[in-house]
Design a protein around this ligand. Structure first.
Ligand code: SF4
Ligand code: SF4
Length: 424
């Protein structure tokens, strides 16, 4: 695609980087067929090609973006399905990340929108605040009807009870069982540790059982993904730096992330700090060490199962896993090796509508995608659903009676851990 950016505009490194992305797009439109918002809304402006064109115009024009452009960029899920489909290698992720950051800087949103985004940015990455707000939401549920639109939906999504905090969210060393084969750092994360601490517990047990020492490094915290995806780049970078500093103090064989949305962001730290002389090298090193849990286990090879599992599992491949990290065969292979019957979900490339904070910011589209995903899952007649991302778990569980668990819980159970409570 031809661009018309001035030399002065190209002095900005982010604009220069986006120009390279824009120039790769040949406008073929292959990506439109696999874009969830285009499939639902049928509007070219809600397709990847349409958004690429609008972002190009926004950057060329400079100044405040048009409300139309903001609307269509906001509707993008950052699911990255378009990147899997694109034959020209257009890095849409870096382009839309820049667009969101540009919009945040140059556009004044209506007050309720600004307040909601600030609330999400403040609460979700902070475990203590998130716990407090979920408790408040639970208590406030009888009054939810009095709240305005999106807040009402958020309160309704709060779980009926909150699990206790687990030691796997605090700094510590969890030693390998038997001879040590590897030593890894684990991202304890924010929302996952609060909503479902049993996932991190399973990850630690599973890795320990396979001879891996797991370290939760003091100082490592939220990866910055949630802020990154709503354009709050300075905050996202500040959070990322805390992790990079923490994980650079010791040598690790890998940095294990069991939430694929976070994994995609940690793997992109090298790009995020590419122009920062103080952080670039350490960020690139951290990014190169970041691995999804299933990548690590696939290399180690799963132990022979000891529990007669045998259940039919619909495997939901999170967008951040399949499109963001290109990790797809490992979770399926591990589940099959653990004795599960792995079912392919039709339209597996289409997002479930969770997409970080998307289901809170764009509830109508998210609801439609949830219903479509659940119908596809249920069409396979599974006994349960497994995935590798907490956001997808919450989103899918909100639309089905089927138990929804993390892949780590199933692999842990199969190799000697407890049966997931969700299957009781
Ligand atoms: S990231 Fe997903 S929603 Fe956004 S343009 Fe690409 S395919 Fe469409
Ligand atoms: S498939 Fe790739 S090259 Fe074709 S329009 Fe989409 S982003 Fe551009």
């Amino acid at each position: 695609m031809k661009t018309d950016l001035t030399a002065a505009q190209l002095m900005d490194p982010d604009t220069a980087s986006s120009e390279k992305v824009l120039r790769k797009c040949v406008h073929c439109g292959f990506c439109t067929a696999t874009c969830p918002t285009y499939v639902l809304l049928g509007d070219e402006l809600d397709s990847p090609r349409g958004r690429i064109y609008q972002i190009k115009e926004m950057l060329e024009k400079g100044g405040a973006p048009s409300p139309e452009t903001v609307k269509h960029v906001d509707r993008c899920l950052s699911c990255l399905s378009c990147m899997t489909t694109c034959p020209s290698g257009v890095n849409y992720m870096h382009l839309v990340d820049h667009a969101r950051s540009y919009i945040e800087e140059h556009h004044v949103r209506p007050l309720p929108d600004r307040l909601l985004r600030s609330l999400l940015s403040r609460v979700l990455p902070n475990r203590a605040l998130f716990r407090l707000s979920l408790t408040a939401a639970r208590l406030g549920r009888p009054f939810a009807g009095l709240l305005p639109g999106r807040l009402k939906g958020m309160v309704a999504m709060a779980p009926a009870s909150l699990p206790k905090a687990s030691p796997t969210e605090r700094p510590g060393v969890f030693p390998a069982v038997g001879e040590r084969r590897a030593r890894v750092a684990m991202l304890a994360g924010c929302a996952q540790a609060v909503l479902a601490p049993q996932i991190n517990d399973s990850v630690v047990r599973l890795l320990n059982r396979h001879g891996v020492e797991v370290v939760i490094v003091s100082g490592s915290d939220c990866c910055g993904s949630l802020d990154h995806h709503i354009g709050k780049t300075a905050k996202a970078h500040a959070l990322a730096k805390v992790n990079i500093a923490a994980w650079s103090r010791e040598a690790f064989d890998a940095i294990v992330v069991a939430t694929s949305g976070c994994g995609t962001t940690v793997k992109d730290y090298g790009f995020m700090f590419r122009d920062d002389p103080e952080w670039a090298e350490r960020a690139a090193k951290v990014a190169s060490l970041a691995k999804d849990l299933t990548e690590v286990l696939d290399l180690l090879e799963l132990q022979t199962p000891v529990a007669p599992t045998g259940l039919a599992v619909a495997y939901h491949s999170a967008c951040s896993m399949q499109h963001g990290q290109k990790v797809d065969r490992q979770p399926r292979r591990l589940l099959a090796a653990a004795g599960f019957q792995v079912l392919d979900v039709p339209e597996g490339h289409i997002c479930c509508g969770s997409a970080g904070t998307y289901n809170l910011l764009q509830p109508e589209i998210a609801k439609q995608l949830q219903a479509r995903k659940v119908a596809n899952i249920e069409s396979t007649r599974p006994q349960l659903v497994a995935t590798g991302n907490i956001g997808c778990m919450v989103q899918i569980a909100g639309g089905t009676q089927l138990p929804v668990v993390h892949v780590a819980q199933l692999l842990d159970w199969a190799t000697g851990g407890p049966k997931p409570a969700e299957l009781a």
